[in-house]
Design a protein around this ligand. Structure first.
Ligand code: NDP
Length: 322
């Protein structure tokens, strides 16, 4: 490991809407934030095409463009955006303590405050035809992309609350939704199951999995397989939604930050405070319910305000890092 150590007031880990919004607020509050982008600069939105539901874009905007604009906005106020991945952390238990973050297994950053905005990654089935058609009709976000399938026939994979919620959402927009559930029952809450069952244009297929997504450049159909009988069946669809869960990108914080059983960071009350003083969590790393760009941005703003307030209290006692 190298000996290079840098001290910061505020380190922001992750560069989705939460990270850049935290950076905009932190930079304007003169916290001199540094953002490390992580492996996917711009976050999950860079994998979507059109974003039509972020306020302020009446004509919509494509995901990568929106993320570049958010970065530019953060840089306008002096944010230092760097490409790099946080690979290890050592978080202090002391109020006013210094947290250590290793970047790319090499450089060590010492920070008074850390804003975690590492996001979450949608799980995919990881079969070749699905991977090939991502962005060509395969999506992991019905709320983001459902609108493009208005009046069309689509399918959704998964039997949890997300799948049930997204199937209902799609049923309002699309002509027909085929829901593939690999077990003989749904994991979703009874209320969500009831909702799905009450919608005439949702067809539920139990014990059913994806055999292959059909289509060359775009999705044209789906070959399904019944995992009890082995029987295969093809249907025509234009969109396939994968709703089999998300994984929060919080592995490096395990054992140091309080998390729920699925790895989402637990924050205190209506704040972004974690169990470590000076460490704040925003965006999808701490939110498994809403998971929208606009809600992530909102919690990024909250994290910067929480960091600013925290620094104001500790800096009266501690050495100020300028
Ligand atoms: P879950 O982990 O609850 O459900 C995932 C679903 O995908 C399960 O039905 C699972 O099947 C299925 N699945 C997983 N892997 C595969 C695969 N390879 N092939 C086919 N199917 C697969 O994830 P959710 O995103 O639905 O929910 C996460 C959490 O967020 C839950 O606690 C949920 O309650 C909560 N949530 C709450 C909401 C609300 O309150 N409004 C809305 C959305 C989520 P199997 O059951 O066989 O394992």
């Amino acid at each position: 490991m190298s000996e290079q150590v840098e001290r910061l007031k505020t380190l922001i880990v992750g560069s989705g809407p939460a990270g850049y919004t935290a950076a905009i607020y932190a930079a304007r509050a003169d916290l001199k934030p540094v953002v490390y982008t992580g492996m996917e600069p711009g976050g999950q939105l860079t994998t979507t095409t059109e974003v039509d539901n972020f306020p302020g874009y009446p004509e919509g905007v494509d995901g990568p463009t929106m993320m570049i604009q958010l970065q530019q906005q953060a840089e306008r106020f002096g944010t230092d955006v760097r490409v790099g991945m946080a690979t290890a952390v050592e978080l202090s238990d002391e109020v006013g303590g210094i947290h250590k973050v290793t970047i790319d297994h090499d450089k060590v950053i010492e920070a008074q405050t850390i804003i975690i905005s590492t996001g979450a990654s949608a799980k995919y089935l990881n079969i070749p035809s699905e991977q090939r058609l991502r962005g060509g009709g395969v999506s992991a976000c019905a709320v983001c992309d459902g609108f493009f399938y208005k009046g069309q026939e689509v399918a959704i994979v998964g039997g949890g609350d997300t799948a049930a919620e997204e199937a209902s959402y799609l049923a309002n927009i699309c002509k027909k939704v085929t829901m593939l559930i690999r077990k003989d029952h749904m994991r979703a809450s009874k209320a969500m199951q009831h909702r799905v069952n009450s919608l005439d244009n949702i067809e539920i297929r139990y014990n059913t999995e994806v055999d292959e997504v059909l289509g060359d450049q775009v999705v044209e159909g789906l070959r399904m397989v019944n995992n009890q009988t082995g029987e295969k069946e093809e249907i025509e669809i234009t969109g396939l939604f994968i709703a089999i869960g998300h994984t929060p990108n919080t592995d490096i914080f395990k054992g140091q930050l309080n998390m729920d059983e699925t790895g989402y960071i637990i924050t205190e009350g209506k704040s972004t405070k974690t169990n470590k003083p000076g460490v704040f969590a925003s965006g999808d790393a701490q939110d498994k319910i809403y998971r929208q760009a606009v809600t992530a941005a909102g919690t990024g703003c909250m994290a910067a305000l929480d960091a600013e307030r925290y620094l104001a209290t500790v800096e009266t006692k501690e050495t100020v890092i300028s």
